[in-house]
Write a protein that binds this ligand. Structure first.
Ligand SMILES: Nc1nc2c(ncn2[C@@H]2O[C@H](COP(=O)(O)OP(=O)(O)OP(=O)(O)O)[C@@H](O)[C@H]2O)c(=O)[nH]1
Ligand SMILES: [Mg+2]
Length: 460
């Protein structure tokens, strides 16, 4: 990518819509604009007042009108990308916008890559990396809570906390590096003690961030919850109940579900990918065999398994097998069909799963479904309100960098206590700074930056 090029893309989703937006960014934005935009009278546009909404026409290279549009200009210091930006709002609709875009390209702009506008905003210092990442999180957020957390990050809450810790680390590093330059000046005892207190304080702050990271990551990525059990226990019925619609096929014939069915549900702000699987049993049917294998694999990878048992039929060898398979996996034990005469008492299962939580439900009548939702949510993110967290880490990338910085600070603290040499202390502190720099993007490699922005859509 060449940052001096002027880029353009349709920024609204494809399809019919009231309006569609084309965004142009780069040094030639106005040159492109002057070629393709006209006043309603048909006269060329000579002046470009900033941030002023104007009406006009887009014309092609022969001066033929393409669409009636609204347009506005943002000067580089005050635009999203940090470059000159021209936005054109045309009538929504695939053909129309494609036509405008073609004219824009003909006037000299290049097609923007996915996320290139936001990437430029990052490279021009308009956003730090956490904020740029929050842009895509905001676009992708599937629940109210995930949206709120992404907005918080976009507004720079995480960036701010990380920056504060970086500044404190730098303040510690400066006198130690100074002592390095003048070996005869050792760090005085008092200064060591103060440094130790400060290092521990920074570490505590970072540990607080880490404490809720797993839950934050679930908010962004969605948790995977797999419904498992032998054939006919009511797995698909449960998926439909949780979803509130008849999504999966339900029949009295064991072995109905062959391929897995996956849907996203919103558990009071927590996005959950719910997967209904094929009933686990031995089968000679090749299609069913593959389905059962897939079910096992999905259980292995799940954040939580809902293990379903049929309360109305005594436990079978297949149930026993599932119980063994689930050993030590995060699971909720669900006794279904409790609207029928119960043949499997909860206690008999409790002995088999001493650690797990139990719940009796009926996927047919809906009894216990509300309780189940609450239980799943609590299993996934705990019962304390994530909403109240001032800052939430929502990416594995951030979590790993913070964990690394904590390890390095633990070493630094040890070094201060044991009076290690200044250069060792300085090296540890510098490495901790680098680790935090991965989060803000200050010390991140080009590959990682590219990887982050290719997850974006074109036009953002
Ligand atoms: N009485 C009663 N019947 C239920 C309940 N849940 C499911 N069933 C019935 O049990 C049968 C099997 O239900 P499914 O949801 O298809 O079961 P499954 O576990 O998905 O079965 P497979 O896809 O074959 O593995 C259907 O006839 C359902 O109506 C329940 O809570 N009570
Ligand atoms: Mg099924």
């Amino acid at each position: 990518m060449n940052e001096t090029q002027t880029i353009a893309a349709i920024s609204t989703p494809p399809g019919e819509g009231g309006i569609g937006i084309i965004r142009i960014s780069g040094p030639e934005a106005l040159t492109v604009g002057a070629q393709i935009l006209r006043h309603p009278s048909g006269k060329p546009i000579k002046t470009w007042p900033e941030r002023k909404v104007r009406i006009g026409f887009v014309v092609d290279e022969n001066g033929e009108p393409v669409d009636e549009v609204i347009f506005f200009y943002f000067k580089e210091q005050r635009s999203y990308t940090g470059e000159d930006v021209l936005e054109i709002q045309g009538h929504g609709g695939y053909q129309n916008l494609e036509k405008i875009l073609k004219v824009v390209f003909h006037a000299g702009a290049q097609p923007a890559e996915p996320g290139e506008f936001t990437k430029r905003a990052f490279l021009n210092g308009r956003l730090d990396l956490t904020q740029a990442e929050a842009v895509i999180d905001l676009i992708r957020a599937r629940t109210d809570l995930a949206q709120k957390v992404a907005l918080q990050q976009l507004r720079g809450r995480l960036a701010q906390v990380i920056k504060e810790q970086e500044e404190k680390l730098l303040a510690l590093l400066v006198p130690i590096e100074a002592a390095l330059d003048f070996p005869e000046d050792e760090i005085p005892e008092l200064q060591r003690t103060q440094a130790l207190i400060e290092v521990r304080k920074i570490r505590r702050q970072l540990e607080q961030l880490l404490a809720h990271a797993e839950r934050g990551i679930i908010l962004r990525d969605a948790a995977t919850v797999v419904i498992a059990g032998r054939p006919n226990v009511g797995k698909s019925s449960l998926l439909n109940q949780l979803l509130g619609e008849e999504r999966a096929i339900v029949t009295p014939i064991p072995g109905t579900t062959r391929d897995f069915v996956s849907e996203i549900i919103d558990l009071d702000g927590v996005p959950v990918r719910l997967i209904d699987t094929a009933g686990v049993r031995r089968s000679d049917d090749p299609v069913e065999k593959v389905g059962v294998e897939k079910a096992r694999q999905l259980m292995d990878e799940a954040d939580l398994v809902l293990a379903i048992f049929d309360a109305a039929t005594p436990l079978t060898p297949e149930d026993q097998e599932l119980i063994q398979f689930l050993n030590a996996k995060p699971a909720l034990i669900i006794l279904n069909k409790t609207d029928l005469p119960v043949k499997v008492p909860v206690e008999s299962l409790q002995d088999l799963f001493p650690q797990a939580q139990f719940l009796s439900i009926s996927a047919l009548t809906g009894t216990g479904i509300k309780e189940l939702k609450t239980l799943v949510r609590t299993e996934l993110i705990g019962s304390e309100g994530l909403e109240e967290q001032p800052v939430l880490v929502t990416r594995v990338r951030h979590k790993e960098a913070i964990a690394e910085a904590i390890d390095l600070l633990t070493l630094t603290a040890q070094g201060l206590e044991e009076e290690w040499s200044e250069d060792l202390l300085a090296a540890n502190l510098r490495a901790a700074l680098e680790a935090l720099g991965l989060i803000s993007g200050r010390s991140v490699s080009e590959e990682i930056i590219n990887e982050i922005f290719t997850q974006f859509c074109i036009g953002k």
